[in-house]
Write a protein that binds this ligand. Structure first.
Ligand code: OGA
Ligand code: MN
Length: 208
């Protein structure tokens, strides 16, 4: 593994162990961000994307008043090099936290995400009541030259305060899915990201 990546994974592991979250700038380079943004999915607006739902399987509902994002699940068998390179970093992250935090994470699931201007995701927890296999939430932002007055913060609720994280290109945020409530605030421009979860289960077992 390249040592630059190891340095970043160390920051992820330290942040998770010390505070339950980590924010890593430059997890993807500007070139990596560009090559992901140039994929058809992001280029065609959200025509291939589906309105995101809430809950799982039979409980799944679409509720505009809770979340307004559009998603396209990543299919690891058919993605090109731009996404594969990100997925291989997620695999390195799994190996790293397993070794360094003594976890037993097995897999990940990732979707591409677009929040149209004005959309948001209300305060929530990522772990489902009936499915607790999502252990770590991992989001990588793809928005070049984001300005703070454009909004779109990820707001993480800690015990005594909240933390606002802007969706800057290349920035990775990783946090405990079982522990940290969070929300996405409205933005004035489209907000692009890769949103994923590290699972303690193999992904192909999830939709059985
Ligand atoms: C989610 C989520 C946060 C973000 O998709 O569950 O909370 O910053 N996303 O996009
Ligand atoms: Mn969430």
């Amino acid at each position: 593994m390249k040592s630059a990546l190891i340095d970043k994974l160390n920051l992820v592991a330290d942040g998770l162990a010390d505070q339950g979250y980590a924010i890593i700038d430059g997890f993807l380079s500007p070139e990596e961000v560009q090559s992901i943004l140039q994929l058809d999915g992001f280029q065609n607006g959200n025509s291939q994307f589906k309105k995101a739902g809430i809950g799982k399987h039979g409980d799944k509902q679409i509720n505009e008043s809770i979340r307004g994002d559009y998603i396209l699940w990543v299919d690891r068998t058919s993605e090109g090099p731009a996404i594969q390179s990100y997925l291989s970093k997620l695999n390195e992250l799994i190996t790293f936290v397993n070794q360094n935090l003594f976890l037993s994470m097995k897999d990940y699931e990732v979707h591409m995400t677009i929040y149209p201007p004005g959309s948001y995701y209300n305060r929530h927890l990522d772990q489902f009541k009936k499915d607790d296999h999502r252990k770590l939430s991992v989001i990588c932002y793809l928005n070049e030259n984001w300005k703070e007055d454009e909004g779109g913060q990820l707001r993480i609720y800690l015990s005594d305060k909240h933390l606002d994280i802007f969706p800057m290109a290349g920035r990775l945020v990783c946090f405990r899915s079982d522990l940290l409530e969070h929300e996405v605030l409205r933005a004035t421009r489209p907000r692009y990201s890769l949103t994923g979860w590290i699972l303690d289960q193999h992904a192909e077992l999830r939709h059985l």
